[in-house]
Design a protein around this ligand. Structure first.
Ligand SMILES: NC(=O)c1ccc[n+]([C@@H]2O[C@H](COP(=O)([O-])OP(=O)(O)OC[C@H]3O[C@@H](n4cnc5c(N)ncnc54)[C@H](OP(=O)(O)O)[C@@H]3O)[C@@H](O)[C@H]2O)c1
Length: 301
């Protein structure tokens, strides 16, 4: 359920993160909530961000019950709020734990709209997605990186997606937003590597979260999804081993990622076969990750 390099690394390196400050956006639910738990289990100090403070308090209480003595601060944040607010958030994050700034910035929050054709996307949807998924994380990074450079090190962990590596029929804007993160963060690493800044871009395929299992939706669609726990665990492995990129998915998504990376002509040919069928599957709320998309999925009862 992961690329070969990632799976070869084994367990997370606790010593890389124990006592370090890890700031996670989108920590109020889903993968971000699970990531917070896993970083707490490794002894990290946490800053939890999202818009919903009540949910952040719930996540904090849950972690403290599970890992008593955890150091957790809540920092409410709207990634779409613009530079001034984000500057305030960065200054606060840098001062929440006396004597330590942010060691790991985990850009996990994102906005994903229901699947629809690229040409049916609205300009409002485009702007909302790019603000939260791209502009917010980039502005935060630009504001936080100088603090890390001054300290001589820091880590950015970027939750992208398989849709950041491959065409994702029905998710053109989401896919565009994740591709943009790859361009920015791989470039940032190439510029800041000599200053001790590391960047890990994580690309999960379908993941089982409370959102995915709403009304048993993914089960009903017969979609095979990696659990949020395993996704979060592999993310901590990738981050603490300093991997530049990591892929987390079951088949067929992982195979498509390998094809597009190493045999793009075949990969793009395949995606052209899949595109229309995936749009149809999404419309009837069927399995959008099935091998059958290559041939046209049969209707399920
Ligand atoms: N789930 C999957 O199958 C899957 C697959 C591949 C990649 N991913 C990626 O993994 C990450 C987490 O996905 P998920 O499924 O766990 O997402 P999710 O359940 O929808 O949670 C999204 C998180 O982002 C926060 N958020 C949304 N808008 C925000 C804003 N304007 N400002 C600040 N925070 C905001 C939400 O909190 P509030 O609403 O409280 O602000 C929430 O905590 C995302 O980057 C996603 O693209 C997910």
């Amino acid at each position: 359920m992961g690329d070969f390099t990632l799976l070869s690394k084994g367990r997370p390196k606790r010593e890389q993160v124990e006592g370090k400050v890890v700031w996670i956006t989108g920590a109020s639910r889903g993968i971000g909530e699970t990531l917070a738990e896993q970083f707490a289990s490794l002894g990290a100090k946490l800053i939890l961000s999202a818009r919903n403070v009540i949910e952040l308090e719930r996540v904090k209480s849950k972690i403290i019950v599970k890992y008593p003595g955890s150091n957790i601060e809540i920092l409410p944040l709207d990634l779409a709020s613009g530079e001034e607010d984000l500057k305030g958030a960065v200054n606060q994050a840098e001062s929440l734990f006396a004597g330590c700034g942010v060691d790991y910035m985990v850009h996990n929050a994102a906005f994903e709209r229901p699947k629809r054709k690229a040409v049916e996307e609205t300009v409002e949807g485009l702007q909302a997605t790019l603000k939260v998924n791209v502009l917010g994380p980039i502005i935060l990074t630009k504001l936080l990186a100088p603090f890390m450079i001054k300290r001589g090190g820091g880590n950015f962990v970027v939750m992208s997606s398989a849709a950041g590596k491959c065409p994702a029929p029905g998710q053109a804007i989401y896919s565009a937003s994740k591709h943009a993160l790859h361009g920015y963060f791989h470039t940032l690493r190439s510029e800041l590597n000599p200053k001790g800044i590391k960047v890990t871009v994580v690309c999960p395929g379908p993941i089982e979260t409370s959102k995915a299992s709403e009304a048993g939706s993914s089960e009903k669609r017969h979609e095979k999804r990696v659990t949020a726990e395993r996704c979060a665990e592999l993310t901590t492995v990738a981050a603490t081993h300093g991997l530049k990129e990591a892929w987390i998915s079951y088949q067929p998504v992982l195979l498509v990622m390998y094809l597009l990376q190493y045999m793009p002509t075949v990969g793009f040919w395949l995606m052209d076969k899949v595109g229309g069928n995936r749009l149809k599957a999404a419309k009837r709320k069927g399995n959008t990750y099935s091998w059958n998309l290559l041939f046209g999925e049969k209707k399920r009862a």
